[in-house]
Design a protein around this ligand. Sequence first.
Ligand SMILES: O=C(O)CCC(=O)C(=O)O
Ligand SMILES: [Fe+2]
Ligand SMILES: [Zn+2]
Length: 421
Amino acid sequence: MTSIDKRTRFVGDTAPIDTDWLFDELPSILRDTGALGARGVEVLGLTTFGLDIDGVGAHLAVDNGSLVVREGDADDGPIALLDVDALSNLMQDLASTFGTTLAGGVQFRRGTADEFIAWEPVLRAILDARPVYEPGSIEFIARDGGPLDVRQSFRIDSPREDVGHFLAEAGYLHLEGVFTEAEMAAVSAELSDAVAAATLDDGASWWARNDDGWFASRILGFNLKSPALRELLDSDRFRTIGTFTDDEMVQRTPHEGDSAEGLDKKPGVVEGISDVSWHKDCSLGGHSRRCCGMTVGISVTGADQQSGELGLVPGSHRANVQQVNLRHDLDLPRVALPTRTGDVTVHCSCTLHMSRPPASRGRRVVYTGFGLAARPGDVVETLSPEEIRRNRAALNDQTRNLQRRDDFGVDVETFELETTT
Ligand SMILES: O=C(O)CCC(=O)C(=O)O
Ligand SMILES: [Fe+2]
Ligand SMILES: [Zn+2]
């Protein structure tokens, strides 16, 4: 069975918790997973993890080879000020440390956002029994049992088993020539119209600024604005992407709600959200209920180092590492993924990736995707289309706030990638 399904929790299995949980329930969880947590603390070189929940202090610390929870403050390590809802969301993987930070839901009595986020893999180790990644622990194995070359390209009609195996091992795909130049020109013309119609406060776009001023860098719900795109998303060529592994995948519907975004990327961005530094698409939280979905990028124009192509860390979808920014000691490969017009890229929601800032030319890409089908036991909540749009649009301002912080993204890799041109 070839699978990218890594789910360990069910959708809708949460109930609000409060500070009593830290002292009544967490100790028994730590009796099972505290050793995994302690190993993670050692691998990552951490100290203690402090919480101040509306005035109630607690911290995680290693004691005798196991992570334990204690009342009050420790002498070192970050102390995060959270309200009880944020604690509840963090401990049940409804929000990650990064998601909480991005939403402005945490202040620090001591330490930095980077120190808080560095604990994410340890939290998931203790709460989901998922070992923290250790250098050398991920291998890339080909179907014949030999080593797998993590730089490969396929076509939409390549043997399904080969493509699915590569996706499961490496966490990404490069599919060449899925769409024609003419098909991409039609989508591009409709993206031009959508960009021209966008306004700064329409709640339907993300914005960035370069020397020429502010521009709409991303059109939300672009599927609703582009008949040419909808036709391609309805094609057998496109649907094939959901069939490479043995997982049951569900395509984001082209016809209702926001299911595709159109990106218009330009060089020289100095503010706002256009180029995206190293991250997993599950970085805001919810890995244990959703990973791995597949994010699919349609190269409306080609992409290379001059126009800012995608970079990926093969194998990272199998690694419990921090979900934003790369530690310098991460030993997994980093691969640049140049594409031609009409190519398609696929990455798992758990694969670390980034988009290199364009150097001299812009590029255009459409992102959409597939999710894992719900299982018996998943109680799927349905947000209204308006709410989904509002939440997505809010990331525009949240990202600008993050860019103004001086305690995030320090001494880590953000956009570093091999030279390709
Ligand atoms: O700019 C790109 O091509 C990548 C965008 C991305 O990774 C994201 O929006 O999550
Ligand atoms: Fe992404
Ligand atoms: Zn994930």
